[in-house]
Design a protein around this ligand. Structure first.
Ligand code: SAH
Length: 368
């Protein structure tokens, strides 16, 4: 396991890399060159860094570990072109990322952990608990691998894949800083959204980071009683406390918060639920993102009917709350968080063959 002890070069900031290089007797501008190879030219390894000497590349190989994700599968939705990628990490763990193509640009949904320990009842990612946190380089390379695959610039990043980003706070904040660094991919901070189930102390901390990202709070219910049924984390932090920290976040950053609200048939989709949600969203000027719940076999929740979704949205609008219904992208390709990973893991366990190799060879259009 020699490589595990090596330093993770792709998680280092420019100043950190300069320090490492100067300790190796190299000039600081070499560090900047290496950084750009990794984060702008999206090199797959040291071998591609052709303007560094062969001796320096060899030294780097001995000193550092180079994160480069292996694409295990890629599924493209026949319906809307959404692509779901399954990547294998160096230790064999699997993570999912999704590419969504919008008129305003390409958006990548990244995972922040292998598994999750938050236990939300409607979510497939949490069924097997948390395995480990992802490193900054493992989050960055989800974006890079997709940009390498499509050859198109990724302009938006949402941290809404598997995992609770604020449960992996330091790595996620570093990931955001590196993703938006002018020496790297330079994604605009305003085009980065972090979605959280509501860890109040970490939201307070995030408010002080001087980041211009959008915070999305997964609310899903407007009362503590209902929220606790759906999300165990609600037993720790009340809706009231969350509204307080949202207020603080807005005051500190000037960025309006989005509420995520998954509509579950007969659970949280009545007119009364809409009225209670409006009462929370309106004073904060929050936008509400309505998500028809993505049915997860293991959970048994069903979607609200189309008519109910429209009515719910209407009730919010009547009360002065802006609300959109999230387009259901890629439902035909195991769209819900964690479903593709679970399927492949179970196939691997049962000895069924998993296609492997570069992404292009793995499109499963036949299945969709
Ligand atoms: N842990 C973070 C981010 C991951 S999930 C969070 O909780 O926000 C991204 C969003 O998808 C969250 O709002 C989550 O509650 C929601 N979600 C998870 N599973 C879902 C499902 N089966 N149907 C609809 N939304 C789901």
């Amino acid at each position: 396991m020699e490589s595990v002890q090596k330093k993770d070069i792709k998680s280092m900031t420019v100043p950190e890399l300069e320090e490492e290089f100067s300790a190796m007797g190299e000039k600081p501008f070499r560090a900047r060159q290496a950084y750009q190879w990794m984060h702008q030219k999206l090199a797959r390894g040291f071998a591609e860094m052709t303007d560094l000497s062969a001796a320096l590349r060899e030294k780097c190989r001995e000193t550092f570990r180079y994160t480069c994700l292996e694409t295990v599968r890629m599924q493209e939705s026949a319906a809307d072109g959404t692509r779901k990628y399954l990547f294998r990490l160096e230790d064999g763990s699997l993570v999912e990322s999704v590419l969504m193509k919008y008129r305003h640009g390409n958006s990548v949904c990244v995972s922040s952990q292998v598994g999750c320990r938050m236990g939300c009842r409607f979510c497939a990612s949490t069924l097997d608990g948390l395995e480990r946190n992802l490193t900054p380089s493992e989050m960055l390379d989800q974006v890079y691998a997709i940009q390498r695959d499509t050859g198109e610039r990724v302009s938006n990043v949402v941290i809404m894949g598997t995992g609770e980003p604020l449960d992996n706070y330091d790595n996620v904040v570093r990931f955001i800083r590196m993703l938006t660094d002018a020496n790297g991919l330079h994604v605009s901070q305003r085009n980065v959204t972090l979605s959280t189930c509501g860890l109040a102390p970490q939201i307070r901390q995030l408010a002080k980071e001087e980041l211009q990202i959008t915070l999305a709070l997964s609310l899903h219910a407007a009362t503590d009683e209902k929220r606790r049924e759906l999300m165990p984390v609600a037993k720790q932090y009340s809706v009231r406390e969350l509204m307080e920290v949202c207020d603080e976040y807005f005051a500190a950053t000037g960025r309006r918060i989005t509420f995520e609200y998954s509509l579950i048939g007969g659970v949280n989709d009545t007119d009364r639920d809409a009225a209670e949600l409006s009462a929370l969203a309106r004073p904060l000027g929050c936008h509400v993102n309505l998500i028809p719940v993505n049915p997860v076999r293991e959970r048994g929740y069903v979607q609200s009917g189309a008519e109910r979704v429209r009515a719910f949205q209407e009730r919010l609008k009547e009360r002065g709350v802006s609300a959109t219904v999230r387009r259901e992208m890629g439902r035909d390709i195991d769209g819900a968080c964690g479903q593709l990973r679970r399927r492949v893991l179970s196939e691997e366990k049962n000895g069924k063959e998993t296609p492997c190799g570069d992404a292009g060879a793995c499109v499963e259009n036949g299945r969709v």
